[in-house]
Design a protein around this ligand. Structure first.
Ligand SMILES: Cc1cc2nc3c(=O)[nH]c(=O)nc-3n(C[C@H](O)[C@H](O)[C@H](O)COP(=O)(O)OP(=O)(O)OC[C@H]3O[C@@H](n4cnc5c(N)ncnc54)[C@H](O)[C@@H]3O)c2cc1C
Length: 398
């Protein structure tokens, strides 16, 4: 009897468990290695749209995911005293057909993990340190575990992908920075926000607060424009200091309180707002999926949809090629390329919306917010563009 192909996936957030699900369903033997000691909590809400909704349906988890929709009602823009200067309702931000889903990232990650935990081997708190390819397989070494050999290695390990660095080299050659940094952290919902988001903007900085789900907790968001910063990605204290430095002179609205909450925040996410562009997503027995290969930026709202669709297509093409992984990696790229490009373009468009560059632009935005017809018209146009990009792929039945 033919042995199943052994696949090692690096990263257990969204793309990793989604890919693991499909590969297991198609008869592959799957191991997932995650650097964190357990499934990582944290992050804001993520959007799922278009083709990615069909993927969830095909996985049989659409109802579970939909049941955890954040049901946000809208975004309120406040001034430095906390006075509301305008509101954008959820209806005018899109989702007119009620089809799109917004879910907290950690809730989606939990659902995908639950779906796969009994079918796939998960290794926690470890990381690949070297990859050695031969004609018959790939030998990997881990930081902690014993070396092992697989048929294929897939990097689903995010913007700063370890597999990408090991196989394709330094990330700077693939990274397009969008000039900002974002931090998200959790604390008690002391403003009693009810399924809504508050945003306070000054030139080059945005302070946000958001509460959904059960209203007990809120998420704080601090976004700031900056020249590229050098810091240790695993040193959260250093990252918190960078944020403190960026915001310490800003006293408006809840900024000082959020900086105070930041100090003790355990659920803390910090990253650069950037995109990943690569000439190819595979080499030999190694391929990449999700943010590792084609991150459209954390502010785009499209990263999760790209990851879910990418996992579906990659697994499907591996099944269809019946062991010819080289062929499947080529078709995976051919099928995904246009979809990725269209969504990365949307990523550039939407990223600009989170940071206002001048006081004039903030005044202009606040003035426009007083004319809902104007705002609704603009948002409907953007929504149509996003919806088009989210559906820019025809999913095959594998
Ligand atoms: C904690 C967290 C919070 C996030 N918050 C937001 C948010 O608020 N808004 C937003 O739009 N996007 C957020 N993202 C990114 C979002 O999840 C992705 O853009 C999108 O869902 C695509 O997912 P992905 O699985 O490709 O990458 P990611 O979600 O980034 O997942 C990558 C996974 O790989 C793991 N990993 C990294 N290095 C290694 C290694 N050396 N070995 C093994 N595993 C490794 C990471 O720990 C992580 O679990 C967040 C990601 C994380 C991890």
């Amino acid at each position: 009897m033919k042995q199943p192909m052994r696949v090692l996936i690096s990263g257990a957030s969204i793309a990793g468990p989604a890919l693991a699900y499909w590969l297991h369903r198609y008869g592959f033997e799957v191991t997932v290695v995650e650097r964190a000691p357990s499934l990582r909590p944290g992050g804001y809400a993520v959007d799922i749209r278009g083709a990615a909704i069909s993927v969830l349906e095909r996985m049989g988890i659409l109802d579970d995911v939909r049941s955890l929709d954040t049901h946000m009602t809208g975004v309120y823009f406040v001034n430095d005293k906390g006075k509301i200067k305008g509101k954008i309702s959820e209806a005018s931000m899109g989702n007119q057909q009620g089809m799109d889903i917004e879910i907290m990232r950690e809730n989606l990650s939990n659902i995908l993990f639950d779906l796969t935990k009994d079918k796939v081997t998960y290794i926690w708190g470890d990381s690949i340190t070297s990859i050695h390819e031969s004609m018959s397989g790939v030998e990997v070494q881990y930081t902690n575990g014993k070396p092992d050999t697989f048929d294929l290695i897939i990097g689903a390990d995010g913007i700063h992908s370890n597999v990408r660095t090991l196989k394709f080299g330094d990330e700077d050659q693939f990274k397009r920075t969008l000039g900002c940094y974002i931090s998200i952290f959790e604390f008690e919902n002391y403003l009693n926000l009810d399924h809504s988001q508050m945003l306070y903007t000054v030139p080059g900085k945005t302070v946000g607060m958001y509460s959904a789900n059960d209203k007990k907790e809120a998420k704080g968001m601090l976004v700031f424009q900056s020249e590229p910063l050098k810091y240790d990605r695993y040193n959260t204290e250093e990252q918190k200091n960078l944020i403190k430095n960026a915001f310490e002179e800003l006293n408006g609205w809840e900024t000082p309180n959020l900086l105070q909450k930041l100090i003790n925040a355990s659920d803390f996410y910090f990253d650069e707002i950037c995109q990943i562009h690569m000439p190819t997503w595979s080499d030999g027995r190694i391929a990449l999926v999700g943010d590792a290969a084609y991150c459209p930026s954390p502010l785009s709202g499209q990263g999760t949809s790209l990851a879910l669709v990418g996992a579906y297509v990659l697994a499907g093409e591996l099944k269809a090629a019946n062991g010819d992984y080289k062929r499947s990696f080529i078709t995976y790229e051919n099928v995904m390329k246009n979809f990725v490009e269209k969504n990365q373009k949307i990523g550039l468009l939407t990223a600009g919306g989170m940071i206002e560059k001048s006081n004039f632009k903030i005044l202009l935005r606040n003035a426009m917010l007083r004319f809902p017809i104007l705002m609704n018209g603009m948002f409907k146009m953007i929504t149509r563009m996003i919806a088009k990009a989210a559906n820019e792929i025809e999913l095959k039945d594998y």
